[in-house]
Structures are given as C-alpha cells and as structure tokens.
Write a protein of this length. Structure first.
Lengths: 278, 542
C-alpha cells in the first residue's frame, strides 16, 4: 500500500516478553530510590505496579522512559523481534521505540485543542519533516489528513469525540486523563505506561477506566500500570508487582498478592484505607 | 463619622475602585502624570524637586488634566467598542460554527455535494472565517503596496529602516519566542551577523576584512541566511538544553559578545566607525538586471516581498507538524519529549529559522544604509522583543502590525520626544497593553477547530450500531460524572490501533466511503449539538 504512512502497531501475536527490567538501581545522592528492581512483562499483558507512596513506582517509570538514568541495571524492550536497551536513551527515542506514557499529574498541552494534543502524538510516526512539510504536496496533504483522521479515531476511542475542538486545559479532570491516554496511544505504542490513571477519579470514572484499559489491551497493547486502587488493579491486571522502599517485595497473580503477608504488612495492612482492602 | 449609619457608605467607598470607570480614570491620570514628568524640565542637585514642580506648573497642569480626561474617555469608549466587537464576532462565529468546526454532514448521506449553506452563513462567510481573513490580508497588502509612494522620503526611509526591517526581525523572533517559547535576548546578534556577512561578501573596501571575491549583493541574501542559520545552530547546540531563565542569560551574553566583537575587532569589522559604502542591492543575471539604488522605495517593496514570503512560509509551518511540535514544547516540554517530539532538534530548528530571518534583515540593512555596532545593542534586542510581545506572541500579522505601530509612533514623535526617552514610552505602552490586551495587539488564533475529514467512516463500527453509546460510552458517562453502568461499554470500542482509521488509508475523505450504515448510528455521531436529524442544510444559526 503506497498510502500507508502511519504504520500499524507491531503485531502482538508473538508470545514472549515485551519488557525485561533487571536489577535497576537509581540513587539520588544518598537516597536509593530503586534498589535492584527487576520485573518482566509478557507481550499483550497488563502488569500493575503497586506500592505505598514513595516506594519508587514513578521513578521506575522515569527510568524506563529515559527521564532518569539509573546507575545500574538494564531494561530491555522488545519493539519487534529484537530486544533493545532502554537505559541511556532520551525520552523521545523511547517514545519512538513504542513506549508511551501518561503522567501522574496530568501534563497536556493546555492551550492546544484536544485533537491537536493527539495529533502531536500521532505525528511521531509521520514522515513529513520540517522542510517537506512546507510544501503542500499531495503526499504531505494526505499524511496530514491521515494524522487528523487517526487522531479523531483515538478521541472517539477514549470517548472524547465531541471534545475534539476544545482546548485541552478546559476539559474536566477525568477527560483530561483520558485525553492523555489518547495522546499516548497516538504514538502507536506497543507498551503503554499509565501512572496512576485513576487518581482523583469518581467511582463511575474508575469503572470506565477499567473498560478502557481492557479495550486497550485487547488491541494488543501491553499495559504497565501504577495504581493504588487494588480493586481496579485486580480487575484489569494479569499480574502485580509490589514495590516498597525501592525493592520488589512480591510479584504474581492478584489473588496471590492479596494474601501475601509481606504485602499486607507493607502496603495493605498499615493503611486504614478501606478501598485497598479486599 | 461614628458608628453604624456610615457603614453603607464606607462599603461603597471600598467598592468603588473596583469599577471599571474609576480604574480607567486612575490609569489615565497615571499616564498623563508620567508624561508630564517626563516631558517637563529636569531637576539638578541644588533643586532636586525642580523637575516635579516645573512639570506641574499651571499651564502644563491644565493641559495634562485635559489629556487625562481625554484618555479616560477614549479608554471607556474603547472598552465599549471592544465588548461590542467581541459580541459581534462571537455571533458571527456561532453562525459559522457548523461549517468550520463540525462535520459537513452529520446526517451521513455522504453522496452529493454539501447542501447549500443557509443565507446567514453566506452573509457571514465573507466577513469571518478563512475567506474573511484572506480578504483582510489582501486588503492590508494592497494598502501596504499603494500608500508608501505617497509618503515623504523621510517616512519612506522610516518604513524601510525602522519598520520594515524590524517587522522582519520580529517575525523571526516570533518563531523563537512565540512558537517555541524560548526567551532569546541576544537575537539582534544574528542581525549583525547577517549585516557583516553581507559586507564581507559584497565589498572589498567597506571592511578591512573581506572575502577573496565579491558576489552580487542580491546573492548575499542566501549567503547571509545560511551563515546566520549556522550561527543559530552553533549558539543553540550547547545552550538549548538550558531552560527558561538560563537560556535568556546565555543568549544575552551571546548578543553582547557579538556587539563587542563588532566594536573592538577593528581589523576585522572596521570597529565603531561602522561599515559604509556597500554597493546597493542589485540583481545582475542574464535575463534580469535591476539595481535597488539609493531610493528607499524599492527596498521597501523588497521588504514587503520578504515579509509576505516569510509570513506565508511560517503560516504553513504553524499549521503543520512542526508548528504543533513547537507549541507542544512551549506548553510542556517534558510532555512533548515523552510524546516523542525531538525537543532539542525542534528548538534548534526554531533558533536557526529565527536566526536566518534575522540574517535576511541584516542584508537589507547592510545594502540600504550605513551601519555600525551601535545598531546591534541590547536595546535593539529588547525592542524586537517588545514588538513581538506588543503585537502578539505567536501571531505573524500581529508582530508586523506591532512593528508598524510601535516604530511608526516613534517615527511620528521623533521631533517631540528625544530618542533617549523613547523607551519610557515603549514601556508605558507595553504596560498598558498587558493590562488591556495581555496577549497582544492581535493574539494568535488558537485551538482553531479542525474540520473533521473522516465523517462517514468514523462511527461505522459494527458494535456501534448494536449497542448505542459505544465509543462514546466512556465519554458520555464519565464526562458527566453520573452513574455509568460499566456494562457493554467500550470493550469493543472503535478500535484505534489496527482499526478502521489506519487501515482505510488513502481513501478519498467523505463521499464514496459512506456506507448507509454510518448514517444510522444514533449516538456517537460527531454532530454534537446540532443533532443529526436536522440535516446538513439547516444551520442552527444564532
């Protein structure tokens, strides 16, 4: 097909890992934020990372996406057949490899419209560079049309089809979260990192989020999720890793995790938060 | 004086300053007092207050009180006009909405051309929207082409040297500051580099240091463009990793270095005497022969061509991937980087583009007039920045108008206001501007609704027809924050990834692709407010 400018996401049929993190250690001066963290995610799966505040969850994300550079360890990612090392790559290169993320405190482009936000993501896969983009040749125009079309599709997918023309900053909180997910999906990731997507969400929004994450996973995108809400996690994640003080203290199936004494002590037991109780 | 009876009056008094009128009066008084002090006599060590008392001598006082009242009246009526204009334009925009921001055919029977527009839209169309903008631009261009020959030579000189060149500079800086959000305080350095490059390649006498061969001044344009762009990359490469204030400081230093070099490197640049005697701009090609000579007018038209060219190119960029990447960087660099935007590269591009436009302006300066290092001081950098802020950061037409208004006013007042005082007025004008129009004379149009091109196909997902509210399920429910049954929900939502969107690649946008099914989709149709039932022809105008 000559017209295919935006590639489809990589096929997800192949079994095997998509992400293999080994012994990642990250220190800030004397503070060890991550201490030999290892985890492994299968292609097409939903993996959740839980843990109390300050356990190092977001630091782990930042190491994977190139925002931080861990002192030790490796993080390998299978974009296609071959594994590539993530440590030492700049964030935009990681994004181009096929890892997209959202932020704990939403980071949209507030003055751009919703659809433009998504376009920025989609255009990562576009070909027209700065100079070629100057000449509105048919190829360039077609690409722009496809980018726009895909962006609208993504907005529909997260349920923001009607908000396309509104400035992102004017959207209500819950919609901003979903717009961020749409923007991340725009980069055609094979691995999507969601950093506390349910923070501040209402019960209804949480249910919608579960649906959305399942829909994303059904499209063949692997999802790595940081979340506090254990019910939400149990509803979507095939497996869970628990972080505490920068270490993985447990990993496995949600049911296992819920009954793991170490987890209960570190995370579930000492909080009075009823929603985290099974 | 005492107790309760006065309470209401007191509250009224405290409330008064909030009223618009009083605030305007305060501003008018402040400005005219400022003007009185500035234009009055100056005090000295023996009579430090002479300046103040002299400024407010009786006859002057009356003049400035009248001026303050006049300004007040202008502010008030201006406010009225502005709010009325706003109302008008929102109404006009409302009338346009269906055609611009919404799909042409929510009903979805894509066959056939869009139904004829309603009468209201036909009237509104030429005034607003794209057509209107284009007409307005053409009218402005016509004025810009037709008026200058009627002006005095001095005015023409100013049009070239002060307005045109600065408009070009402002357009370039607008890319750096307005689009990419990088504060560059040494921008004028690239102007200097453009000017000195021109001198270097076009004349053997103007500077002690010159190129081994001389080229036709016209070809100095591309040479200066490339040299300035390279200088932009050289400066930008190591510094664009810095953010915000740090970048401003480094560029400030760079600007100073260039000016000091121009000033002190006598053997290379000619030093503080400056450069003169460059050949006027000329084309000498087999078919075309033309010299710009010594008259300002030809240079003016050259500048108009350059400005229009730059505006067209940047307009295209603004709406393209590049422009969106710049905007994204400006609004949240971390998010842009995480979304895959090569931020350093895009910032470098902005820097290089801004620098090369500045180089263009340098060529015009060099071939038109004499110049010396004084033209490239910090004040000039700040002036360009002022023009950009005044005109409207990110707005091409805005910054050109900004140059016209600011520099034009300076030209008109050149006999009444000593040049040294000029910046006081610029400062006052900018302060006023920030109070009344914080985003500039002509703010950029943002979040313009993009026409949706894929109407017919979008909602035509099999699941959608069966279970209404599918794709939009997530949106409608969560958006409203009401009860939302998880239920059939988005699970089979209109798949974004391997789904229709990317597969149906090169199909012609609407028309043929419209399957009858798509029209039947009830909920998720993008028709928003209009309701698909109304049909494309009937605009929900006003």
């Amino acid at each position: 097909m000559t017209g295919r400018v935006i590639p489809d996401p990589r096929p997800s049929t192949a079994a095997g890992p998509i992400l293999d993190v080994r012994a990642v250690t990250l220190r800030f001066g004397g503070l060890t934020s991550l201490d030999g963290v290892s985890l492994r995610q299968e292609r097409g799966s939903v993996l959740a990372v839980i843990g109390p505040n300050g356990a190092g969850k977001t630091s782990l994300f930042n190491c994977l996406t190139g925002a931080y550079r861990p002192q030790q360890g490796s993080a390998r990612f299978w974009a296609g057949e071959d594994a590539v090392e993530l440590v030492g790559r700049s964030p935009h290169r990681v994004a181009r490899l096929g890892i997209a993320r959202t932020f704990q405190n939403i980071r949209l482009f507030p003055e751009m419209s919703a659809v433009e936000n998504v376009q920025v993501g989609v255009e990562v896969r576009a070909r027209a560079g700065a100079l070629r983009g100057l000449l509105p040749t048919p190829a360039v125009r077609r690409e722009e049309r496809e980018v726009l079309e895909r962006s609208h599709h993504l907005l529909d997918f997260v349920g923001l089809g009607r908000r396309a023309a509104l400035p992102a900053g004017s959207l209500p909180y819950g919609e901003q979260r979903r717009l961020e997910i749409a923007r991340a999906l725009g980069t055609t990731p094979s691995l999507l990192l969601l950093d506390e997507p349910a923070a501040g969400a209402t019960a209804a929004e949480r249910r919608d989020l579960v649906t959305l994450i399942r829909a994303i996973a059904e499209q063949g995108v692997s999802v790595l999720l940081i979340e506090h809400d254990i019910r939400l996690v149990a509803a979507v994640a095939g497996s869970i890793s628990v972080l505490n003080f920068g270490r993985v203290i447990a990993a496995g199936h949600p049911d296992q995790i819920r009954s793991d004494p170490a987890v209960i002590e570190a995370y579930l037991g000492d909080t009075d938060d009823e929603r985290s109780r099974p | 004086m005492s107790g309760l009876p006065h309470q209401p009056r007191l509250t009224r008094l405290t409330r008064l300053p909030r009223s618009r009128r009083v605030r305007s009066l305060g501003i008018a008084c402040f400005l005219s007092a400022l003007a009185a002090v500035i234009t009055g006599p100056s005090g000295d060590a023996d009579h430090p207050l002479a300046g103040i008392t002299g400024s407010f001598a009786w006859p002057r006082l009356i003049i400035f009180v009248v001026a303050a009242l006049g300004l007040w009246a202008a502010l008030l009526s201006g406010g009225h006009l502005a709010s009325r204009g706003r109302a008008l334009s929102t109404r006009a925009r409302a009338a346009m909405m269906p055609s611009t921001s919404m799909p042409p055919a929510p009903g979805g029977d894509g066959a056939g051309p869009p139904a004829p527009a309603g009468p209201l839209r036909r009237i509104a169309a030429p005034i607003t929207g794209r057509h209107g903008a284009r007409l307005g631009h053409l009218a402005l261009l016509a004025v810009a082409l037709a008026v200058p020959p009627a002006l005095s030579t001095a005015a023409q000189q100013a049009l070239v040297g002060e307005i045109g060149v600065y408009a070009l500079l402002a357009l370039g800086l607008n890319v750096v500051v307005g689009y990419a959000g990088l504060l560059d305080l040494g921008y004028i350095a690239f102007f200097a580099i453009g000017a000195y490059t021109t001198a270097y390649v076009t004349s053997a006498e103007a500077m002690p240091w010159h190129a081994p061969w001389q080229i036709n001044p016209f070809f100095a344009l591309p040479v200066a463009l490339v040299v300035a762009a390279v200088a932009g990359v050289v400066l930008g490469g190591p510094t664009l990793r810095l953010r915000g204030d740090y970048l401003a400081i480094v560029t400030l230093g760079f600007g100073e270095i260039v000016q000091l070099l121009a000033n002190n490197a006598d053997g290379v640049t000619g030093g503080p005497r400056g450069v003169f005697g460059l050949p006027p701009l000329s084309v000498d090609l087999p078919g075309v022969r033309y010299s710009w000579g010594l008259n300002p007018l030809p240079y003016y038209y050259l500048l108009v061509v350059l400005i229009v060219l730059v505006m067209v190119v940047f307009g295209r960029w603004e709406r393209s991937r590049t422009g969106r990447a710049w905007t994204a960087i400006r609004q949240d660099e971390v998010a842009a980087e995480a979304t895959g935007v090569a931020t350093i590269r895009m910032k470098l591009l902005a820097f290089a583009v801004g620098a090369s436009v500045s180089g263009f302006a340098g060529v015009v300066l060099a071939t038109k007039q004499f110049f010396n290092p004084q033209s490239f001081g910090l004040q000039a950098s700040l002036l360009v920045l002022t023009i950009v802020i005044f005109g409207g950061m990110g707005s091409r037409l805005g910054v050109v108008l900004g140059a016209l208004v600011l520099q034009g006013t300076a030209f008109l007042l050149r006999d009444t206001v000593p040049p040294a005082d000029r910046f006081i007025y610029f400062g006052a004008v900018v302060v006023l501007m920030m109070i009344f129009r914080p985003s500039g004379l002509l703010p950029p149009r943002r979040h313009r609704a993009l026409p949706r091109q894929d109407v017919p196909g979008t909602p035509a997902v099999p699941a959608a027809a069966g279970t209404p509210l599918v794709g939009a399920a997530v949106g409608a429910t969560a958006g409203a924050g009401q009860d939302s049954a998880l239920a059939p929900g988005a699970a089979p939502g209109p798949g974004p990834l391997p789904a229709p969107g990317s597969l149906r690649t090169s199909g012609p946008p609407p028309a043929s692709g419209a399957s009858p099914g798509s029209g039947a989709v009830p909920g998720p149709g993008p028709g928003a407010g209009a309701g698909p039932g109304v049909g494309p022809g009937a605009e929900p105008a006003l």
